[in-house]
Ligand binder design. Structure first.
Ligand code: FEO
Length: 403
């Protein structure tokens, strides 16, 4: 089937040939309100090289963009920086269309790609420190294990001073502009922090290792081209600083109150806690899990020094929406949080205890005890909830001041 898509030139030798997924709204459980892109790049040198591919349904778009520059069968090399299917899903189709001389992958990329697409894939393994001459330019490889998957690596193109960073420094943001400096900063800030919180927070220590190692790699990087969202040119330090800030997870004077509710009892507690928090000067966000998905909650968790989680008990368990969010947030390993648990119940009351236990398992210090109320909070219960919010806010401000 014919498709009409054109490549966009991003430097003397390099074209963007990726795909824009305007309407994706759920990226494996991460709600992508602004869509996403799967970026791929064509390097025009003596060895014509395709850097990464795209999600399987977008193979036609990728090949059409390549064809607007050159017959795809002229591609000599493919470099696959990351095996997750949003970047490799179309690799078998592209290999079939292109019949490249070589497909370069990391050692763990080889294992992952063969597991996905079969042992018959003919792959050439490269490691950190390896480089390949393309003619007038060279590409060098740096493995970035666990950023985002064990196989991940980045590729540096010396002639353009360009780092192809795969997931790192990306964000889920569809748009008709290629460069980050063409987007409003508040959009970049929210989407980059959301992406970091939901994709990379679990490996925050490794992100810091990479940021600290970058100067020692002696790569003159003028452009960073991630596999999702816009590319970075004039404002590299903006995204590098944001990543360092997000990875350090220093406590901020900000709090999230997240709750599930059945008959508004837990909601009333949540609002009282939030009011206590705001009275201390802490900035507060309140999130009802009926309308806030887990990825929005995790984004707020990452930016909050304090997290208050509450839910009713249902069938001897915490309300399922809270279990979902806590499982997700725990897996992403937020650090340096204060918190509290609260809830309501009719007869058994396990829910709040389970929330408190999950917060403890996450390493969240809880300066006030669990508050649970039977059926509906009284005026005194609400005063207690507000006082707990004040105590949490004061403990957070003390911690922020210490650090
Ligand atoms: Fe965008 Fe880890 O894939």
């Amino acid at each position: 089937m014919r498709e009409c898509f054109k490549a966009e030139k991003i430097s003397d030798r390099v074209y963007w040939v990726g795909a824009v997924d305007w309407n994706v709204r759920n990226f494996h459980g991460y709600l992508t309100g602004r869509g996403s892109t799967y970026n791929a790049f064509l390097v025009m040198d003596e060895k014509i090289t395709l850097i990464d591919t795209v999600k399987a349904p977008f193979a036609g778009e990728l090949l059409a963009r390549v064809a607007s520059v050159i017959d795809p069968s002229k591609i000599d090399y493919i470099i696959s920086n990351h095996a997750e299917p949003d970047h490799s899903g179309s690799l078998p189709v592209v290999i079939d269309a292109v019949k490249p001389e070589k497909v370069f992958v990391s050692p763990l990329g080889e294992k992952a790609l063969k597991a996905y697409y079969g042992d018959s894939l003919d792959l050439t393994v490269v490691k950190t420190g390896d480089s390949v001459n393309l003619g007038k330019s060279n590409v060098a490889f740096v493995e970035t294990k666990m950023l985002h998957w064990p196989d991940s690596m980045v590729t540096y193109l010396d002639s353009e001073k360009l780092l192809f960073s795969q997931d790192a420094f990306g964000m889920h943001l569809a748009g008709s502009r290629l460069w980050a400096d063409e987007y409003p900063e508040y959009v970049l800030d929210y989407e980059a922090r959301k992406y970091f919180a939901n994709i990379l927070n679990v490996q925050a220590a490794k992100v810091l290792d990479l940021l600290n190692a970058l100067p020692g790699l002696n790569l003159d990087i003028q452009v960073i081209a991630p596999d999702h969202g816009p590319l970075w040119r004039r404002n590299l330090n903006w995204i590098l600083d944001l990543y360092r800030d997000a990875a350090e997870q220093k406590p901020r004077p900000r709090a999230l109150v997240a709750y599930a509710t059945m008959w508004h009892s837990t909601e009333k507690l949540a609002n009282a806690i939030a009011d206590g928090l705001r009275s201390t000067g802490v900035e507060v966000e309140v999130a009802d899990l009926a309308v806030n998905d887990r990825s929005a909650v995790m984004t707020a968790v990452a930016q909050s020094g304090a997290i208050a989680f509450g839910a009713p008990t249902m069938n001897n368990q915490m309300f399922p929406a809270m279990a979902d969010v806590l499982t997700y947030v725990k897996g992403l390993r937020p650090k340096n949080k204060l918190g509290l648990a609260f809830g309501s119940y009719g007869w058994s009351g396990e829910g709040g205890k389970q929330i408190a236990a999950e917060l403890t398992a996450m390493g969240v210090e809880q300066p006030v005890e669990l508050l649970q109320v039977k059926y509906m909070p009284t005026e005194a219960d609400l005063e207690k909830a507000r006082a707990n919010g004040v105590a949490l806010g004061e403990a957070l401000l003390a911690r922020v001041t210490q650090k």
